[in-house]
Design a protein around this ligand. Structure first.
Ligand code: PLP
Length: 385
């Protein structure tokens, strides 16, 4: 019989994937499902990016690239972030950057601090890498953000990483320069703790965004910045992300990558280069569209009985509380299952992000889908109340 490795023991199919699959089953039954469950822009990849990929393929960029990434793309990334090329790795999506970093550094029992709510994959990735996720609740009342005191209380001699994500999936919270500096002040006392700062949503900020290393330059020798083209340039399928950090860490990640993918796709790297070198007004335009959708969704949800929706500063998610909409004994998971069954609207329960009593709704969808989703939730919850 088939036997999976022990290291897979702790992880399950992502709840987000499970909900998407359930939504698909309902759709196949002929039901008109409005899925607001996935974090993927509804925009197409810009034409000039696709054109650059086409030209690169015709010009012969169809072979293995350097494992660490093409010099041209790494140079563009280094420039974008004001860093050296030796500090840059290109991987198959931001997700592989994160996986590389954890796999390259964690020994069994090493701890990784996850301010909670966190992006679903973080905890499972830590487990697969042999580490132990240490979740620190950061409730809505605290703006879903980690406080210096809570950080300090979570640190032990076994702590290897703090994983920050700003703007955050699922909460949309952005750490200000002052908040980062306050966390850095704590971290300066614990040199064994390194920082992963996942900034994949940086270009989707509705309030000022500051990179972790810009606000805490003293910690740059132990900080890994993670970013990529997936979200801002609507390039999720091209699978290009990058990490920027101290050269020895990058080197270890490259060694690992050399034994997994041998490096990211050549044509996709050419596409990402074109994206970085291309016009930026497109990013601003799309960000403005997301902000308009955000405002509509926040207002719509706050008009519903039992729902309290804070205003996210970035990314394309809202993470409202549904505590007052739950039936007696009901979990957020039950609530979301009920919404899907009764209204054909798919959203993801907060427990998938480590914080129950909430749900995540993605507004990376068309206005029509958002309007339909809000209307159905409104009809249903108003009847219920
Ligand atoms: N980091 C966060 C916080 C995300 O939400 C996502 C995608 O959902 C990723 C990383 C993964 O990005 P990529 O598609 O480039 O692997």
């Amino acid at each position: 019989a088939f036997r999976a490795a022990d290291r897979l023991g702790g992880i399950e199919l992502s709840e987000i994937v499970r909900i998407s699959e359930r939504a698909k089953v309902l759709r196949d039954q002929g039901r008109d499902v409005v899925a607001l469950s996935t974090g993927e822009p509804d925009f197409p990849t810009p034409d000039f990016v696709i054109e650059a990929a086409h030209q690169a393929a015709l010009a012969g960029e169809t072979r293995y690239t350097a494992t660490v990434g093409t010099p041209a793309l790494r140079e563009a990334i280094a420039q974008e972030h004001g860093r050296q090329m030796a500090e840059v790795i290109v991987s198959t999506g931001a997700k592989q950057v994160l996986a590389n970093a954890l796999m390259a550094t964690l020994n069994p029992g090493d701890e990784v601090i996850l301010p909670t709510p966190f992006w679903t994959s973080y905890a499972d990735m830590v487990v697969v890498a042999g580490g132990r996720p240490v979740t620190v609740p950061c409730p809505m009342e605290a703006g879903f953000k980690l406080s210096p005191a809570a950080l300090e209380a979570a640190i032990t001699p076994k702590t290897r990483w703090l994983m920050l994500n700003s703007p955050s999936n699922p909460s949309g919270a952005i750490y200000s320069a002052r908040e980062i500096a306050a966390l850095a002040e704590v971290l300066e006392r614990y040199p064994q703790v390194w920082v992963i700062s996942d900034e994949i949503y940086a270009h989707l900020s509705f309030s000022p965004f500051v990179s972790f290393t810009a606000a805490a330059p003293a910690l740059a020798p132990r900080t890994l910045i993670v970013s990529g083209v997936s979200k801002a340039w609507a390039m999720t399928g091209w699978r290009i992300g990058w990490g920027i950090g101290p050269a020895p860490l990058i080197k270890a990640m490259v060694s690992l990558q050399g034994q997994s993918t041998s490096g990211a796709c050549s044509v996709a790297q050419a596409a990402a280069l074109a994206a970085l070198n291309g016009p930026r007004d497109l990013l601003r335009d799309r960000c403005a569209i997301f902000q308009t959708r955000r405002d509509k969704v926040v207002a719509g949800l706050n008009a519903l009985p039992g729902i309290a929706c804070p205003v996210p500063d970035g990314a394309f998610y809202v993470f409202p509380s549904c505590k007052d909409a739950l039936r007696k004994g009901e979990s957020d998971g039950d609530f979301c299952a009920r919404l899907l069954d009764e209204t054909d609207v798919a959203v993801v329960p907060g427990r998938a992000f480590g914080l129950s009593g909430h749900f995540r709704l993605s507004f990376a969808y068309s206005d029509d889908a958002l309007d339909a989703g809000l209307a159905r939730l409104g009809d249903y919850l108003n009847k219920e109340a």
